[in-house]
Design a protein around this ligand. Structure first.
Ligand SMILES: O=C(O)c1ccccc1NCC(=O)[C@H](O)[C@H](O)COP(=O)(O)O
Length: 819
């Protein structure tokens, strides 16, 4: 792995794709999609790599060693777990770790993917229970590392772009990734088990121990009639039931579980008997709340699964039996048996496992279709982008007698264009729905682990936006171009983004790409054709921002926001903004020649990821103030930088005396009103993303509601343009960022070229009152960066984000930086 991971990272870089994080594990076999097929490989050393590009999703990779688990965690409650996991897994956010900001996707619960090592398994249920307590609404899923041979040892690995020379390989613990934002994850489990014999009710049982049961003949029949289930059970099954009734003299004799299992087993076929002798599987009815009818039992086949309602029973293997009282005990904590709850005996076999998989996917498709009918206009559902398939190592060829059966069934249901990936694991686990729409029905979305099962996870954007179908597009483009190579611009592509004759990026607003416009009440908006692809990271950012604002408008139309903003500004405490540029100018004065640092609160950096384990805006703002900051920049963009409007409000509450520049991609007046109400004092307009008309228009509206106006430029052409437009700019922010891919040149080359240009000299000559600041890598690597050179030009200060936030403290004196 120490060779494989850097090789992948390097190869991707060669294609213009920057990989920020890699996590993975050894496995008992791998599953992956090539351009023409999906393959399952078992028993042979090989590697399966999955590259994911998840727009509008904030990822946080983490590693927890066994030794990092807190000693007292067994006594932990919800709050303690939340704090511990929030720190460990970067599940930070608003109150209680769940972000409560008004940004588009922040209200959605996160998803957590975990790969525990085999040695971590003993802590797994405990760890998952902690996760359930701390983040009940988060979807958790994952699989335990495996190995191809029993002689080899399992390993986990994690790579972070910021430590490119290291791929950390671990022999224990758990690696994982948290995903927040426009991502939806739908885990489903195939338990690989089929019910045999009748249905029973627990007479005496508690926790994970079942002592006595009674045959539930009448109720079982009634239920099937009630649920309109056709009695699909075989004639043999029916005969067996009758025989049982006869043998029992129609009585409902209460019997110890083991005694009943022994009696029932005798009536089974040879194969089923031999299975039951090796392993006693018991299915415990789901959704049973005690008292009357639980509503989750019944059905010997997979009728409920086919309906997309989830499994009727959660199947567990008996781990110990009371030889004296005939009781059985299931894995501790895996079930909580109640009196009156239904149970069944289960066996595993090939046909049953196949039937179950088919039922699972039929159910998924049925409920997905039903959801589209239930959705209100404007609402969107999960758009499948990929399916993760993780069978346990006892499945695959061992169970189905040939390789590839599991993915073949997924392909049949979802088509070949959707990539499938995964591996053979030592166990799987996932959150399971209580409502049941394809998953296993369970108690309040708990995370259940399975020693033998197939975990299938549909992953895609929750906004339902179009998904790039690599396989489909590659083949159709090849066809179009007579079998020629792929033509992909900009981001992750093989071609550079389009530029005009002056070298400026050509970006379009999303509407230009639109195929149709939809009218909904007073709001009209356009929908990007699914075929349109952004040609640069900036264009992609713009389109996503436009979609974000569309969605916000759907919930709260512009007219409302406008009147809310007016009402807000009527309140005396909100009538005036604080003068952001004024505060900077006031501190230049006699100290001119010095360089003023404006610290930026920023949660993450696009090509890097989260900058701090614990990002607390209030704490950070206070730190900056204590360090002498006279003004702040707060990044409120949630698409690229993980911020939110609430971050501005929080910073303002923490430091009421510090004026705030809202660092965001502003494309609409709507955003200006929202930013004003969040507590911003100034905004920045990105020159490359706005036409001259937009700049003027947005600038005027910003001023009309008291917001200071900065314009961000990264080329001399843009400087010349803003001078021509004559927009009243308070400050020019010279960005050192390349907007094609959002990289930052640590030498400051890009910003220095602009600062040294004739265009900039002309601009300052014409508008000497304008403050010139630099941004992007000003903290540099190892301190001063390109600051000294910038100071020699017209820059009087700089916005500093990553270096301060990531540094874990304010190191203001280093590299000549002073506040
Ligand atoms: O650069 C943009 O296009 C942009 C758009 C919307 C919000 C923020 C934007 N840029 C912010 C930055 O470039 C940096 O966060 C800021 O300059 C600090 O840089 P660094 O010190 O390198 O973290």
């Amino acid at each position: 792995m120490s060779i494989v991971v850097p090789t992948i990272v390097e190869a991707a870089r060669g294609k213009g794709v920057i990989i920020s994080n890699v996590i993975g594990s050894t496995a008992g076999g791998v599953i992956g999609s090539s351009s023409s097929s999906t393959v399952e490989v078992e028993g042979t050393p090989c590697v399966s790599i999955t590259l994911a590009s998840l727009p509008s999703v904030t990822l946080g990779a983490f590693y927890v060693a066994e030794g990092d688990l807190p000693d007292q965690a067994y006594e932990y409650g919800e709050e303690e777990w939340r704090k511990y996991l929030g720190d460990t897994m970067m599940m930070t956010g608003g109150k209680g770790g769940e972000e409560s900001s008004p940004s588009l996707y922040s209200s959605f619960p996160p998803s957590v993917l975990l790969f525990p090592s085999a040695s971590f398994q003993k802590y797994l249920d405990f760890f998952l229970n902690g996760l359930d307590l701390a983040y009940p609404s988060a979807t958790k899923f994952g699989a335990v590392a495996g190995t191809v041979s029993s002689l080899s040892k399992d390993r986990l690995f994690i790579y972070n772009e910021r430590k490119p020379d290291e791929t950390t390989i671990m022999s224990g613990g758990v690696v994982g990734v948290t995903m927040r934002g426009d991502v939806s994850v739908k885990p489903m489990v195939a338990q690989g088990a089929r019910g045999v014999g009748g249905t029973y009710r627990v007479v005496d049982g508690e926790g994970s121990t079942i002592k006595t049961i009674v045959l539930d003949i009448d109720d079982d029949d009634e239920r099937q009639v009630e649920q309109g289930e056709e009695k699909e059970e075989s004639l043999a099954g029916e005969l067996m039931r009758q025989q049982m009734q006869n043998e029992e003299g129609m009585s409902r004799m209460v019997k110890p579980v083991l005694a009943e299992a022994n009696m029932m087993m005798k009536r089974l076929g040879d194969e089923e008997q031999s299975f039951m002798k090796r392993a006693l599987l018991i299915g415990v009815e789901q959704n049973f709340r005690g008292g009357g009818d639980g509503g989750g039992g019944g059905g010997g086949g997979f009728e409920r699964l086919k309906e997309g309602k989830g499994h009727s029973y959660l199947v567990r293997q008996v781990v110990s039996a009371g030889m004296k009282d005939g009781s059985v005990t299931l894995p501790t904590g895996s079930v909580d048996v109640k009196e009156g709850q239904r149970i069944r005996f289960f066996v595993r076999d090939r046909e049953g496992a196949k039937e179950e998989l088919e039922a699972l996917w039929t159910g998924y498709k049925k409920s997905a279709l039903e959801k589209t009918f239930e959705m209100e206009e404007g609402e969107s559902g999960l758009e499948p982008a990929a399916v993760m398939v993780i069978p346990t190592m006892d499945r695959g060829e061992k169970l189905f007698q040939k390789q590839g059966v599991e993915t073949e069934i997924v392909n049949k249901a979802m088509g070949n264009d959707i990539p499938k990936f995964g591996f053979f694991a030592n166990g799987v686990f996932c959150s399971i729905d209580s409502g049941g729409d394809g998953g296993v029905d369970s108690r309040d979305s708990t995370t259940c682990s399975f020693g033998s099962a197939g975990l299938h996870v549909v992953i895609g954007p929750r906004s339902g936006r179009g998904v790039w179908r690599g396989r489909k597009e590659a083949s159709s483009e090849e066809e179009e171009q007579g079998g020629g190579g792929e033509r992909v611009f900009g981001v992750g592509g093989t071609e550079a983004a389009p530029r005009d004759p002056e070298g400026e990026l050509v970006v379009k607003r999303r509407e230009i790409q639109a195929g149709r416009a939809i009218e909904v009440s007073t709001v009209a908006w356009s929908v990007a054709e699914k075929t349109a692809r952004p040609t640069s990271r900036l264009e992609e950012f713009m389109w996503e921002k436009e979609t974000e604002v569309d969605r916000l408008r759907e919930r709260n139309p512009l007219a409302n926001i406008l009147s809310n903003c007016k009402a807000y500004m009527m309140k005396p405490e909100n009538a005036k903004t604080r003068d952001w540029v004024g505060a900077i100018k006031a501190h230049l004065g006699e100290e001119k020649g010095n360089f003023l640092v404006i610290p930026e609160c920023k949660r993450s950096e696009p090509n890097v990821g989260a900058l701090r384990k614990r990002y607390a805006v209030d704490k950070l703002a206070k730190e900056f103030k204590a360090g002498g900051a006279v003004a702040l920049s707060v990044n409120s963009d949630g698409i690229m930088f993980g911020g939110s409007l609430e971050d501005i409000t929080t910073a303002k509450e923490a430091c009421p005396s510090l004026p705030i520049l809202a660092s965001d991609l502003v494309l609409y007046p709507y955003q200006l009103y929202m930013l004003r109400m969040a507590g911003a004092d100034a905004v920045n307009l990105v020159a490359a993303a706005c036409s001259a008309k937009d700049l003027l228009y947005l600038g005027k509206i910003a001023k009309s509601i008291g917001l200071g106006v900065c314009v961000t430029v990264n080329s001399k052409v843009q400087v010349e343009n803003i001078a021509k437009v004559g927009i009243g700019v308070d400050a020019v922010l010279v960005s050192n960022r390349e907007w094609e891919d959002f990289t930052i040149d640590q030498t400051g080359g890009r910003a220095l070229e602009v600062l040294r240009s004739q265009e900039m000299k002309d601009f300052i000559g014409k508008l000497p009152e304008t403050v010139v600041l630099i941004e992007g890598g000003v903290g540099g690597v190892g301190g001063g960066g390109y600051l000294e050179d910038a100071k020699k030009e017209c820059a009087v200060g700089g916005i500093l984000g990553s270096a301060l936030v990531e540094g874990g403290g304010v190191k203001l004196e280093e590299g000549g930086i002073r506040l």
